[in-house]
Design a protein around this ligand. Sequence first.
Ligand code: 5GP
Length: 164
Amino acid sequence: VTDREILSWQLFGEASRALAQEVADDGYEPDIILSIARGGLFVAGALGYALDVKNLHVMNVEFYSGVGKTLPMPVMLPPVPNAVDLSDKRVLVADDVADTGRTLELVRDFCADHVADVRCAVVYEKPSSLVKCEYVWRRTDRWINFPWSDQPPVTRREGQVLDA
Ligand code: 5GP
């Protein structure tokens, strides 16, 4: 028994495919997928293939510094996509989870000024999210372990230096 929601790589494959199907069934045909790094990169890549969209952009937004620990507000890190890249495009914003929703709010507001249409697709949405995403795979109020961040970064092992 765990108080966490665990997403395995296998389940992520099914989730991203189902999420793409929701977008397709809704008749939304995005010109651009805008991923929110880093977690959104996996989602955006999977959606890009499943929806046959090749135009992928990245935005870096930093908000969490640990489990349940946030910075005072989400901040955009450079490089920020320019308005020309997005102008008059149908944009699908892809992220792993809408928790407070403040990250997606920032990105959506940034897009709103420049684009024809902006919609959000997330694997998980928490009930407290102030942005209600158009496309959601699953809803939970638990902390989620994603397969890409549930292990610490690798470190160099001893005895692996072959070219000394
Ligand atoms: P928000 O701005 O919606 O509060 O948070 C968005 C970002 O915070 C997510 O893209 C993710 O990086 C991180 N985050 C929020 N909730 C969770 C969670 O339950 N598990 C993990 N691993 N990251 C989370």
